[in-house]
Design a protein around this ligand. Structure first.
Ligand code: MN
Length: 434
């Protein structure tokens, strides 16, 4: 069940942090995403909330007595070096904290020593938001699955299980990195179709995948499963994910067990976790399946999910090459799509994941798979945009790209807009191939 819309979403709310009141700000007072950061010169990881171009330091807020009225466990969770404890406490805890922070940050709130509570985002080091024990990557865009399937298996692009099973593989949690971390070009076994044997060396087809990640809040006990109608109570919030992929390594290794070293070298996360509370105004119907498609099996279907299980989140990818950087050219947008077009909702993915009794844990990361839409220009990876490199992308400075070259920087952005509500953004998920 989606979270309710309440006073924290009031579009008339303003913050005493002036930069949060700009109409194009990613982090107005209606957003309040959580993250983990270090103050300049400090080694201590702290929880913060993005507000305009600043971070509200929750350790400092606690020290000033601003969290006084919250339950002890919630205050303790604010002092932790990761969001895991807050995630574990569940939706009431994060909702009560959000209410309190909205009061602290609104214009007119009488906050003594307000300046001490803030750190400029540009001066802070942004870290991974949680300690992630597990990372599972889905494949929930039917447009992505069909486009990729056509390239690798022209005769039967979409396998017969796709419309029944939310497909996923278990990713590698240890190589999840925060936005801004340089990405070395991985080595691996590659084999071109015309080559008789594989060789080992740097990937020749490095790609990005635009994805949406979601963090497990309260988990489930081993042997128990989570039903669809309670699934969202187990989701804390969302971030942007770049599932870097070496397509030549992937094509050679993926059969019969799926992706392995083509994916596990690095996955980049945006630092701010936008909560399901913040996203409440932007919920929408789940993707409407063509009439000829099978209905989901009963454990993956209910009316609330069909009517409100989607999220109207716009997603964009920008590219800046080394040459563009030298010429001081701005990154160029190479795609724009919407999370609304996913074949499976986040609630369906989480429910399916736990349906065999697999225990999900607070801080586990689930990602959607590449977000590609039906429209031209909405494809979430170069594999699709360039048709496996055969139709290179033309860049404004005259360069072309089939896949990523060293020095290329990929920047992902996401935002929600709706008349009558404040726009909220996800910030950036950024990485340079080194
Ligand atoms: Mn992926």
């Amino acid at each position: 069940m989606p979270r309710p819309i309440d006073a924290t979403h009031d579009p008339a709310l303003r913050s005493w942090v002036e930069s949060a009141n700009q109409p194009d700000a990613d982090f107005p007072i209606q957003n309040l995403p959580f993250g983990v950061f270090r103050r300049p010169g400090s080694s201590q990881a702290r929880i913060g909330v993005a507000i305009g171009d600043q971070i509200l330091d929750l350790v400092q807020c606690h020290g000033e007595g601003l969290l006084q009225e919250l339950p002890m466990v919630v205050k303790d969770a604010c002092l932790a070096p990761t969001l895991n404890l807050l995630m574990f406490l569940g939706r009431e805890a994060s909702s009560s904290l959000r209410q309190r922070l909205s009061d602290v940050l609104r214009s007119g709130a009488e906050i003594p020593s307000a300046a001490n509570l803030l750190v400029a985002m540009s001066e802070a080091e942004l870290l991974l938001p949680a300690s992630m024990g597990n990372y599972t990557d889905f494949y929930a865009s039917i447009f992505h699955a069909t486009n990729v399937g056509k390239l690798f298996r022209p005769d039967h692009p979409l396998l017969p299980n796709y419309k029944y099973v939310p497909i996923a593989y278990h990713g590698r949690a240890s190589s999840l990195v925060p936005s801004g971390t340089p990405i070395p070009r991985p080595n691996g076994q590659r084999k071109r179709p015309e080559e008789a044997e594989p060789s080992f060396g740097p990937t020749r087809s490095l790609d990005y995948e635009l994805e949406v990640g979601f963090f497990v809040g309260q988990g489930n006990a081993l042997g128990e499963s989570i039903s669809l109608n309670t699934a969202e109570d187990h989701i804390f919030g969302l971030c942007l994910v770049n599932d870097w992929s070496a397509r030549d390594i992937q094509a050679w290794e993926y059969q019969p067990l799926g992706p392995f070293l083509s994916k596990s070298f690095a996955t980049t996360l945006s630092p701010w976790v936008v909560t399901l509370e913040a996203l409440a105004p932007f919920r929408c119907a789940a993707f409407s399946r063509p009439l000829e498609d099978p209905a989901p099996l009963p454990y993956l279907a209910d009316a609330v999910n069909a009517e409100q299980g989607g999220i109207a989140l716009t997603l964009e990818v920008y590219l800046r090459t080394a040459q563009m950087r030298e010429q001081s050219l701005e990154p160029v947008r190479i795609s724009r799509g919407s999370f609304q077009q996913m074949y499976w909702t986040i609630a369906q993915m989480l429910t399916h994941h736990s349906s065999n009794g697999c225990n999900l844990c607070p801080g586990d990361l689930l990602a959607s798979g590449t977000v590609s839409g039906s429209e031209p220009g909405s494809q979430g990876c170069l594999l699709e945009i360039t048709r496996r490199g055969s139709e290179p992308l033309q860049l404004p400075d005259g360069e072309t790209r089939s896949f990523l070259l060293d020095g290329d920087e990929v920047i992902m952005r996401g935002y929600c807009e709706k008349p009558g509500f404040a726009r909220i953004g996800f910030g950036e998920c950024r990485g340079v191939i080194s």
